[in-house]
Design a protein around this ligand. Structure first.
Ligand code: ZN
Length: 331
């Protein structure tokens, strides 16, 4: 039954237990914590996914035939078929790479797409809804980055800090004595799943910090103030091992690179977000998702290679501060 697919999750005492029902059957997921899952999601790379969304957005205006000799308002079935096939391929690929994300994308589409009533409007709405559902995932990832940012260094997180992000949380609990999934909540979209994790993270009083060495979010292990994370960044050593030994000038230089990366990331996302908003005036500086990732991938690599000692600050900043649109136009 299609309605059974989804992620089933429950958390108590800070431990997150999950069951995953996919089109290919049950897939085991290790126990985790709400905070660790949110941080993992906030760092995922959606580049390939973004390229497909951009292609769908590019195809959308060609759905309705307008050329001479055609009936105006008729759907071009080749274009419609292409959009549907490409979406199905994307979902299958995601299911192979990450059963959790693939399944949540499949179920969100199944719940959001309109019923087929055989009309041209149905095709138009389906295409629109596909693009909406897929872009919502990227928006959700940015939202989680904003939440983590808001929670950083604030001590125990409070519902006040994240309340604005939690407005629309939908929780469906599985009931029934004989149901092995009783007591689990069922999720069929990334938004609902990550909003649930966020709610639990706040209830568990999980603190979030930003590593002063690599600039990434992490969950401190102890209540004591922790400046650095345990990610391995250089010569097999972690931020915690490397950062305290840096000289003052090296620390200042590192802050400059990390801050430049964070600022540029926010700026680039705004330019993409503006391009999506239909009601705003478009500017030549707007970015497609593909442009955005064409910046993000090399910029993230430059930041990490700088931290690993393979690039100088100047070399890293040149990549981080490059403009994907301007630079592409002058090539
Ligand atoms: Zn770090």
């Amino acid at each position: 039954m299609k309605n059974d697919f989804g992620v089933y999750a429950k958390s108590s005492g800070g431990v997150l237990q999950r069951r995953l029902l996919t089109v290919n059957g049950k897939v085991p997921l290790p126990d985790s914590t709400p905070g660790a899952e949110i941080i993992d999601f906030s760092e995922l790379n959606f580049h390939t996914y973004a390229v497909i969304i951009d292609q769908l957005i590019t195809c959308q205006p060609y759905l309705v035939k307008t050329e001479k000799g055609e009936h105006f308002g008729e759907i071009d079935n080749n274009v419609y078929g292409f959009i549907v096939d490409m979406t199905n391929d994307l979902v299958s690929t995601m299911e192979k790479e990450s059963p959790l994300f693939g399944t949540l994308t499949r179920t969100a589409l199944a719940d959001n797409l309109p019923q087929d009533d055989g009309t041209a409007m149905h095709c138009l709405h389906t295409a629109q809804e596909i693009i909406h559902t897929l872009t919502d995932v990227i928006a959700c990832q940015f939202e989680m980055n904003d939440v983590l940012d808001a929670l950083c260094g604030k001590g125990n997180p409070s519902l006040d800090t994240v309340g604005g992000f939690l407005k629309d949380v939908q929780l469906t609990e599985v009931t029934g004595l004989s149901n092995p999934l009783a007591g689990y909540y069922r999720f069929r979209s990334m938004e609902d799943y990550y909003h649930f994790l966020l709610l639990r993270m706040v209830e568990d009083k999980t603190r979030v910090a930003r590593c002063e060495c690599c600039g990434r979010f992490f969950i401190p292990r102890t209540r004591a103030a922790t400046k650095y994370c345990d990610r391995v960044i250089r010569d097999g050593k972690t931020c915690k091992q490397i950062a305290p030994a840096l000289k003052h000038q090296q620390q200042a230089e590192r802050d400059k690179v990390i801050n430049a990366f964070d600022r540029a990331k926010r700026r680039m996302y705004k330019r993409y977000d503006r391009a999506l908003a239909g009601n705003k005036k478009h500017s030549p500086r707007d970015l497609s998702l593909k442009d955005y990732y064409a910046w993000l991938d090399p910029a993230t690599r430059a930041r990490d290679e700088y931290l690993a000692g393979k690039l100088t600050a100047e070399q890293a900043l040149a990549v981080i501060e490059a403009d994907p649109v301007k630079d592409a136009a002058t090539q």
